[in-house]
Structures are given as C-alpha cells and as structure tokens.
Design a binder for this molecule. Structure first.
Ligand code: NDP
Length: 492
C-alpha cells in the first residue's frame, strides 16, 4: 500500500503514488505433461522428432512437443479420411451439432485453465485471453453448432455436401481462437480435420484434444499434428487433403497458393494487414484514443487486422497525439498472467527481432519516436508501446506489417485524401473510421478497400460476422454464413 501524504491541513489524505499491486492469476490450474505427441485418430502418437515450447514472458521451458514429419501428417490424414468415410460425413446435421454444442460448453467450463495456458504459452495478457479469446472461441462453436442441421436452409436448392478432409494451418497470435474459427465450421459442414498449430503456441491446441475426448467426438474427426513450417508444408502437399485453410503471413500464403495451383484442392487464405484507423476532426477524441489503443496495443499488436496506421485529420492532429501519448503512459506492460497487465510479452525471439528491425528502419528513414517510460522485465521478450510521428507513406513502417505494439501516425486534409492514403498498401483486411456523421461513415465504407470496416469502434468480433481480406490480405471468408461455404461443395 502506498504511503499516505497530506498535501495541506484542509485536504484529505491521498496516496503519494497510485502504483498497482501485482494481481497474478494462479497458474496451478494448468497441469502440463512433460512431453506431448500428435493427436491422431483419437490417440496420442509418439513423435519421432521433438522440440521445446517455452513461455515468452521468461523463456521457461513448458513442455516438449512433437515436430511432425511427413509420415505423421500421412497418418493424421489417413485417420481423418477414415473418420470421414466411417460415418462423420453422413451423420445427420442435428447429431454433428450435439458434438459442437458439447465442445462449446466444455470450452466454457474449462475456460480459466485454457486462458491461463494461452497466456503462458503465447504471452498475451490474461485479461485478453480470459475476456476475448475464450468467450469468442466458445461462441464460434455455439454459432456453427446452430448451422449444422440447417445447411439446406443456408443454401436453398444448392444441395450442400462436405468436401472431405480439411488441412488447417494456424498462427500464434490467437492460437485457440484461430483453431475455433477453423474447426467449428469444418465440422458443422461434415468434414474432418487435420490441424497444425503454430510452432511457438501448440499447447492450447493439445489441451483442446482433451476436451474432444471429454466430448466423445468420434476418433479421427479432429487430428492435431504439431511442428514448424515443414509440418505445414507436408500438410499442404498431402494428396489426401481436399482443402487447405491457412491463416498467417502473406509470404507463406503466396507460397501455398503456388504449390496448390493445378492440384484441384480448395484454398482459403487469411493473411496480413496494414489497417488504417482514420480519425476525422468531428470525432469524439477521447473515445477515438481508446479505439486507437485497442486497435494497435491489444495483444501486443500481434493482430492481422491491427489498426497500425493512424490517419488523423490535420486540424485535430496535435490534441489527438497529445491525448494518445498521455494514454500510452498509463498502459501497464508486464507479466501476461497479471490481471492488471495491458501489454504482455512478444510471442517469440524471432518476432521481437522483426519488430526491432522495422522500428530501426523507421528511425533511419526519419520518423520521430515516442515510447512512454516503462520498465521492461529482464528475462523474456518485451517491446514497449511505441508511436511514430512524421511518417511518410513510403516508409517501411507505413507499408509493412510490423505485427508488434508500434503505431505509425500520418495526416490527411480531406476525406478523398484519407481514402487514397488508407488504400495505399498491398493489403486490404480492415479499417476504422471515427466521425460523428453517419453519412460520412457510409461514404468511407464504400470507398475503403478492406474486408472489415469498424465505425467508432475497433477490433470487435462476432461469430456471425464474416471476416477476410482483399488484395494481399487473402481470399475467402471466415465467420457467419459466408464461413460455411469454403467447407462445402454444391450440386447445382
Ligand atoms: P507464418 O505465415 O510463417 O506462420 C503461419 C503458420 O504457417 C504457422 O503455423 C507456420 O508454422 C506455418 N507455416 C510456415 N511455413 C509454412 C509453409 N511453407 N507451408 C505451410 N505452412 C507453413 O508466420 P510467422 O509465424 O513466421 O510470422 C511472420 C509474420 O507473419 C509476422 O511477423 C506477421 O507479420 C505475419 N503473421 C500474420 C498473421 C495473420 O494473422 N495475418 C499471423 C501470424 C503472422 P510455424 O509456426 O512453424 O512458423
């Protein structure tokens, strides 16, 4: 407790400083095994190669997991094919729905355990995994459970049929949520799945296998093979896979598209972004500042739709940046398992190196940097919340996805200029518009080339709302009715 200080005889006593006491979430709810294999055909398959997965907050080794080989992928695909043929694909939708509802309820029941593990293995603040990742993951299973027996109504007169075995590759920024985005619609449509989690964050996917057993999902319907990009490549190239769903970097997405050309396999790509968060001079500035902070510092900026380019109308540039810098100084950076933490650990050493390299390029090219004073822990991977001003559109920090807590601020004078600048990247995943005028929101939304546009808010997700990009942000949609289509074929 801070010491009390009396400023004058007539004033009430106030603490000399308002430091937050630490509020750590207990981690003993998570019981980790020393070693994990691959989850194939409802059983654990002993891996031939392994690697250690760590906690980015302090580099503690959490467990040893399998590095999936082409032979492991082959067994997983065979298990998925057998489960598909042995009844999953012909099960009535109402029966498939029961499993999905069960999984959704188990995600809710075991949400604290999963949230702690997500923060431990990935580095994100516990308040985010607890209040965003887990509720949304459960919501996705509930939502697609609802569609499983209504596919004929969703696509009238088109006779929807499942595709077969879906190969799914997910990134490390929302490990369990990305799993839910991929697995729930695939299963609802009657497909079976082989999923590869990201190399750095396999643990919640492996704990999820325990939930699948609890839900008594038939063996082989969901198979999980861990490993790095080589495992992902083996899954992409496996001839027994009917569809690939990939979320990750644009470079790897392009490579996958090249490899699948001519193979007849279906493909959806959810890739990077460099979203513009656009603030007009009539916006509620305090509210906009909260949206900007949520847009870029949520999950350390490891968000494909992060509002990483702030476009501010010139007349409010100075007050807005002043408010933003004041707000940044109040962000608490530190232990992901502390309930007061706003910005957690960077996911990996490689990602930290990438952020540092891009930040150095910003300084070299002439941008001005602001970082609030904050003490970073000595061990682990950390980067302070950062704002760059005096940024030109040509700078790398205005063009490339940094995927870290780094915001680039640019200005504009007219709505036309805002649109031109917002669209001036190879990406087209998301955007934000802050204004009090509804007509301006609609005018902007018609012109911004982005899959998702938030108005007077940012980073809001709902399973019923489709998500996906234009241009180099990929193709195909996840979520909503649109999210069913990539997992179906139609007899038309
Ligand atoms: P990747 O695109 O490499 O990773 C995404 C997934 O693909 C991971 O599971 C990865 O495995 C796997 N993978 C890697 N190479 C291949 C391959 N040749 N064939 C099939 N699968 C493969 O992203 P990174 O983790 O390397 O991150 C790099 C950058 O990508 C980030 O800095 C960020 O800019 C961007 N990114 C964007 C994301 C988004 O949501 N749009 C998500 C993650 C990253 P492994 O885990 O071993 O790499």
């Amino acid at each position: 407790m801070a010491e009390l200080e009396r400023t004058s005889a007539s004033q009430p006593a106030a603490p000399a400083e308002w430091a937050y006491a630490s509020a750590p979430e207990a981690r003993d709810i998570v019981r980790l095994a020393d070693r994990y294999g691959h989850f194939v055909g409802g059983d654990w398959l002993e891996p031939t190669e392994t690697y250690a997965t760590i906690a980015p907050r302090d580099e503690e080794v959490l467990a040893t997991v399998g590095q999936g080989t082409p032979a492991d992928v082959d067994r997983a695909v065979a298990a998925a094919r057998a489960a598909y043929a042995d009844g999953w694909s012909s099960l009535p939708g109402s029966e498939r729905a029961k499993y999905l509802y069960r999984i959704a309820r188990l995600l809710q029941e075991r949400s604290r355990e999963l949230a702690v593990l997500e923060s431990l293995n990935g580095g994100k603040p516990i308040k985010e995994s607890r209040d965003v990742d887990l509720p949304l993951a459960a919501a996705h299973f509930f939502y697609y459970a609802g569609w499983a027996d209504k596919l004929e109504y969703a696509f009238p007169n088109r006779r929807p049929r499942p595709l077969g075995v879906a190969g799914q590759i997910i990134p490390w920024n929302f490990p369990l949520l990305m799993l839910a985005w991929k697995v729930a619609p695939a299963l609802a449509c009657g497909n079976t799945v082989v999923l590869k989690p990201a190399e750095t964050t396999p643990l919640t996917a492996l704990l999820f296998c325990d939930l699948l057993r609890q839900a008594e999902l038939p063996p082989g319907v969901v198979n999980i093979v861990t490993g790095d990009g080589r495992t992902g490549a083996a899954l992409v190239e496996h001839p027994g896979v009917d569809k690939i769903a990939f979320t990750g970097s644009t470079a790897v997405g392009k490579e996958i598209q090249r490899r699948l050309a001519g193979s007849g396999k279906r493909l959806t790509l959810e890739l990077g972004g460099k979203a513009a968060n656009i603030v007009f001079d009539d916006a509620a500035l305090d509210q906009a500042v909260e949206g900007i902070v949520n847009g870029i510092y949520f999950n350390q900026g490891h968000v494909c739709c992060a509002g990483s380019r702030l476009l501010v109308q010139e007349s409010v540039y100075e007050p807005l940046v002043a408010k933003l810098e004041r707000r940044l100084a109040t962000l608490r950076v530190g232990d992901p398992l502390d309930k007061n933490t706003d910005v957690g650990a960077i996911n990996s050493a490689a990602q930290l190196a990438k952020i540092r390299e891009l930040v150095a390029s910003g300084l070299e090219e002439g941008a001005e940097i602001y970082q609030p004073p904050c003490e970073l822990p000595e061990k682990g991977y950390w980067f302070p919340p950062t704002v760059f001003t005096s940024v030109a559109q040509s700078y790398r920090i205005a063009q490339e996805e940094i995927f870290g807590p780094v915001l680039s601020v640019l200005t504009f004078r007219t709505p036309d200029e805002a649109v031109a600048k917002a669209n001036n990247t190879p990406y087209g995943l998301s955007a934000g518009v802050w204004t009090e005028k509804g007509s301006r929101i609609l005018w902007m939304a018609q012109r911004l080339r982005a899959g998702v546009i938030w108005a007077n808010t940012y980073n809001r997700f709902d399973p019923s709302s489709p998500f996906g990009g234009y241009k180099e942000s990929g193709f195909g949609r996840e979520g909503g009715l649109h999210g069913l289509e990539p997992y179906l074929e139609f007899e038309e």
